[in-house]
Design a protein around this ligand. Structure first.
Ligand code: ADP
Ligand code: MG
Length: 343
């Protein structure tokens, strides 16, 4: 498994993110820098660092479907990682690589056959109470969650979780508004039947139902799949805003390398039930060899940027490395045009 040295350093400038980070009781930037400047970080230091920021720790998770039958299927095999607060962790990997199985173990919906999930350093499988707490604190949005809407109105659907938490009607109502804010749902839709909404709106209602529980960890399985680019943006911007305003950890599975490059802080790569790499967007997407070996591709814009860099280098012109988003490519090209006096 590849764990890159510069672990956790995001290459993307994001003012909102940094501000949110700074307002954290325990700012992580200074600590991370301190750690990195150490030639050989001591184990004790690393543990301290991780326990400060880490909200979930997956330890050697193993899961097999139809175990003990001729149809047994290893789905997750010895996977360990930590999920940090105030970060978006992306999970990528081919269909069948174990992503969905993994997510379901993180809130205890599936019980690992071996290994453990620690939530704030305590096993979620310790007893009924810890498991129940995990179900509330770790919100899981399934793939195509709109198929699970079942109430008469959008309001009732979004209220289902908070009402289950035993919150008052007034508080539940506040939570519904709170969740609509992050998912870009017009509150005028609240009294409609979810079945009268468009596909994209239904998706947002389903996501709002989990956000209304204010989870400390929000986990989503391909939340943007099947949506057009405007719909994807609404969903991902909502996740970023939720993370920035609550400091929650967000974990998101996606097939879109473009979305991962744009929104994730850290990326975990799965293949055949194993975690084969983890690191910042820069670390993971610059490792072309690892990606190719696993039939994954870096975002198209970064392939374009590499090609452009080579061609410009042949003409003696420098073009920066580490470009993974359209926005980054645009500003690099604009800066270059300015420098070359070509505008
Ligand atoms: N309910 C199930 N019964 C049997 N096998 C399953 C079941 N769900 C998933 N699998 C198998 O487990 C492996 C991992 O699946 P999954 O976690 O859904 O991967 P991903 O989300 O990355 O596509 C796949 O080989 C898949 O076929
Ligand atoms: Mg899946």
């Amino acid at each position: 498994m590849k764990k890159y040295k510069n672990k956790g350093v995001s290459d993307k400038p994001s003012v909102a993110k940094e501000t949110a980070l700074e307002s954290d009781a325990k700012p992580s930037v200074a600590k991370e820098t301190a750690l990195e400047s150490d030639a050989k970080p001591s184990v004790a230091k690393e543990t301290a660092l991780e326990s400060d920021e880490c909200i979930i720790r997956a330890q050697s998770l193993y899961y097999e479907y139809s175990a003990g039958t001729p149809f047994s299927k290893k789905a997750v095999d010895g996977v360990s990682f930590s999920i940090k607060r105030n970060r978006i962790t992306g999970i990528i990997g081919h269909t069948g690589s174990g992503k969905s199985t993994l997510l379901q173990m993180l809130n205890g919906l599936l019980v690992p056959m071996s290994g453990d999930v620690l939530l704030d350093s305590e096993s979620i499988f310790r007893d009924k109470k810890t498991l129940r707490q995990a179900r509330f604190r770790v919100g899981l949005v399934f793939q195509y969650p709109e198929y699970q809407l079942f109430e008469e109105t959008v309001r009732k659907d979004i209220s289902f979780g908070p009402a289950n938490l035993g919150l008052s009607e007034e508080e539940t109502e506040k939570r519904v508004s709170f969740a609509c804010g992050f998912t870009g749902l017009d509150e005028q839709l609240l009294d409609k039947s979810p079945f009268d909404l468009s596909g994209g709106q239904k998706r947002r209602v389903a996501i709002a139902g989990i956000i209304a529980m204010k989870p400390d960890v929000l986990i989503l399985d391909e939340p943007a799949s099947g949506l057009d680019s405007a719909g994807r943006r609404v969903v991902f911007d909502g996740l970023v805003n939720y993370k920035n305003s609550t400091g929650a950890a967000v974990v998101v599975v996606s097939h879109s390398m473009e979305d991962m490059a744009k929104y994730a802080d850290e990326v975990i790569v799965m293949a055949q039930g194993r975690m084969i790499a983890s690191g910042s967007v820069n670390e993971v997407f610059s490792d072309r060899k690892m990606l190719t070996e696993n039939s994954l591709e870096a975002p198209v814009i970064s392939i374009f940027a590499d090609e452009l860099r080579d061609r410009l280098a042949a003409r003696g012109i420098d073009f920066p490395k580490g470009i993974y988003t359209v926005e980054a490519a645009l500003s690099a090209i604009t800066a270059l045009l300015g420098k070359e006096g070509m505008h």
